[in-house]
Design a protein around this ligand. Structure first.
Ligand SMILES: [Zn+2]
Ligand SMILES: [Zn+2]
Length: 359
């Protein structure tokens, strides 16, 4: 291991928002304290990396949420969906085996704020997520702060497991918020990587049936092939009516993986009384919602952001029991990361792209 550690590590870093990631070499870090060093076997390319590399989220009305104001420091190695092999551990990192293949939970909090103490580190008041605040997996090596964030994956294929750290746990966390999952249809807006993951997990969790809405015919076809009970064109003039018909009276649960003004309107308008609209997507913008229908129709508008360590652990157990979600995965070498991001931005990706830095 000494020889390996003496070699420099390679990463692709965001050095300036709005510009391509740049190849960087630096000394391979030596884990201190509870830290663990992983050799990155698979790093998923996520839509939120586009937002991170642009440096902001659109709040609507010309306003922006700037990530540097939220504590993102450049240069930063992106990549928050990582599977790696343990190659070194700090003196206080207990219970880790050198050579183990692990999924790294990226949604790391401070561990001590009120939110973390409730088990929701993913919503921490001082996040230190991998690939957002700490260096991520668009690199041949990554440091993880503590062994508690590592989930052993045994012989599961790294490129299929990596997307579970964000795409998977985000879909899982949203589905867990639905009380009618097994008894009523669930409407899923957006059939990109997240939507298809959601569809697969919905089935694995014993979901009643899924109705998928997307504006892209290729994505609707992918959703139909993946087992959606109905697919609906999000650009049709009567999309809401079609959802109400497909759900026989309106949806008890809509999960929105787009999060645009148009999809939010669609989601809320499709609810039956007592229904819940769960917004996950970070497309951005704003909407105006009339207030009286919220109490009168007892509707819930709820946000869902990634997932907890407990949820990711549950998800890996679910996958071991029911099989990996059959979401299409294509692999690319680490050096192709900027091309991968461009293809994702251009909407050319069906399923998930995963970088394989160690290959
Ligand atoms: Zn992500
Ligand atoms: Zn915290």
């Amino acid at each position: 291991m000494a020889a390996r550690e003496s070699q420099p590590m390679k990463s692709y870093d965001l050095c300036e928002c709005g510009t391509p990631l740049r190849p960087i070499e630096r000394p391979t870090p030596k884990p201190a304290g509870t830290e663990i060093l992983l050799k990155v076997l698979a790093a998923g390319v996520c839509h939120s990396d586009l937002h991170l590399s642009e440096g902001y989220f659109d709040l609507g009305g010309g306003r922006r949420l700037r990530l540097e104001d939220r504590g993102m420091k450049l240069p930063l190695t992106l990549g928050h969906e990582n599977v790696g092999e343990v190659v070194a551990a700090g003196p206080e990192a207990r219970g880790v085996k050198i050579g183990a293949r692990v999924l790294a939970h990226p949604w790391i909090g401070c561990g001590s704020c009120k939110v973390c103490r409730r088990g929701e580190e993913n919503l921490c008041l001082a996040m230190r997520s991998l690939g957002v605040f700490l260096n991520g997996g668009y690199a041949d090596h990554i440091l993880v702060p503590h062994p508690r964030y590592l989930i052993d994956i045994g012989d599961l294929p790294p490129e299929r497991v990596a997307p579970l750290a964000c795409s998977g746990v985000t879909a899982y966390g949203a589905l867990k918020k639905i009380g009618t999952l097994k008894t009523e249809p669930t409407v899923i807006i957006g059939a990109g990587g997240l939507g298809l993951m959601c569809l697969a997990l919905h089935r694995a969790m014993g979901g009643h049936s899924a109705i998928v809405v997307d504006i892209d015919p290729a994505k609707r076809a992918a959703a139909a092939k993946a087992g959606a009970q109905a697919v609906i064109d999000g650009n049709a003039p009567d999309t809401v009516q079609q959802i109400i018909e497909a759900t026989k009276g309106g949806a008890f649960a809509v999960v929105d993986f787009v999060g645009s003004p148009a999809t939010a309107r669609l989601g809320i308008d499709s609810l039956i009384r007592g229904g819940k609209y769960i917004i996950v997507g970070l497309y951005g913008g704003e909407i105006t919602v009339p207030l009286p229908p919220i109490p009168m129709r007892a509707q819930t508008i709820q946000g869902s952001y990634v997932g907890t360590l407990a949820e990711l652990t549950e998800l890996i157990e679910l996958v071991r029991r029911t099989g990996l979600p059959p979401v299409p995965v294509a692999t690319r070498p680490l050096a192709a990361v900027n091309d991968a991001l461009r293809d994702l931005r251009d909407g050319k990706v069906i399923g998930r792209l995963v970088l394989t830095p160690a290959v």
